[in-house]
Ligand binder design. Sequence first.
Ligand SMILES: Cc1ncc(COP(=O)(O)O)c(C=O)c1O
Ligand SMILES: [Zn+2]
Length: 395
Amino acid sequence: MHATHLECANCGEKHDATRLNNVCVKCGKPLLARYDLGRIAKIMTKAALRFRKADLWRYREVLPVREEENIVSLGEGWTPLLEAPRLGRQLGLNALFIKDESVNPTGSFKARGMAVAVSMAKELGATKLAVPSAGNAGGALAAYAARAGLEAHIFMPSDTPIANIVECRVMGAHVTLIDGLITDCGAEVARHKEKQGWFDVSTLKEPYRVEGKKTLGYELAEQLEWTLPDVIVYPTGGGTGLVGMWKAFDEMEQLGWIGKERPRMVTVQAEGCAPIVRAFEAGERFAAEFPDAATVASGLRVPKAIGDFLILDAIKASGGTAVSVSDADLIAGALSMARAEGVFASPEGGACVPAVRQLLAAGKVRADEKVVLFNTGGGIKYLDSFRSVTAGTAG
Ligand SMILES: Cc1ncc(COP(=O)(O)O)c(C=O)c1O
Ligand SMILES: [Zn+2]
């Protein structure tokens, strides 16, 4: 296939893509896959895509799996890009869209990353996979590992939504609940992995989840007939989707599919855990660990992200920004999306709604701009968070 090597996103050190890798051996930062895009441009044309499967493997040439038989798939990707006129009107936007990732296998965009990471782990010979998870990544790993016949070892905070925990166990994963945050879960994986022979698939600590997530960027462009929106609003924890989309835009430019234009990338975080917002406002390239992280949007409860500099670089280069919203507002945002458009958003997806309101009020987004909100997962796994706010309401 067309992957040539892995390259450190920080120091540029090259790594061999034909064997299992985690982070850069020199500096410990994330590795990114590089491809022979000149060659790919000749085979993967826009026209050829029209006849391909409606899943993320339609972008096969810019994905790292070499042998077709190693692809582990549950039908992930090619999710709807919904026009959202009613929600748009409420917010004061003429062209609002929702990229609805809740329809992926296991109900979140985490399926994209895990489909590709598990396929690669299988191809390169790993048999036991381990991950720290805020919830949805664990569910996705459990499903793809089951599909591949591999072992999954999942470490989650003990207050992770119960649906995520049950889902992992139903799928046969080994689940360990930790009294702490995702960072503590990550430390636990690191402590045991060597002795247990686990391959660590923590986000951006292995190179291929971001490759799966980057297909969000390819899809967005294809669904908008090879244009990009003015603004992308993305609920950010580890930031893999945002980093992946930014990478996809560069690749698509090199393929000759789009020009130099880029959307303004907006990171949304919860007030109770906003390390990227804090670093962006302070003009820093790396984000300090956010103390006492707390939010009902469990996927956003990531106090320290290894890809912090990649998120911040993309926001800055795009002329975007980073905003935080309160838990009450992000839940209300999910309700607005559900009631105006019929999309039962997760709290993380719901966070995009008050974020847009803030951006409009601050003049950072204009009414006539094309704006895409990412509903990264389904609300159905967060019933406890929604039950209290809907009790006694109509219907
Ligand atoms: C529904 C949902 N949205 C957003 C995120 C954050 O994603 P990322 O780590 O790619 O920034 C998560 C992570 O767990 C999630 O589950
Ligand atoms: Zn490096």
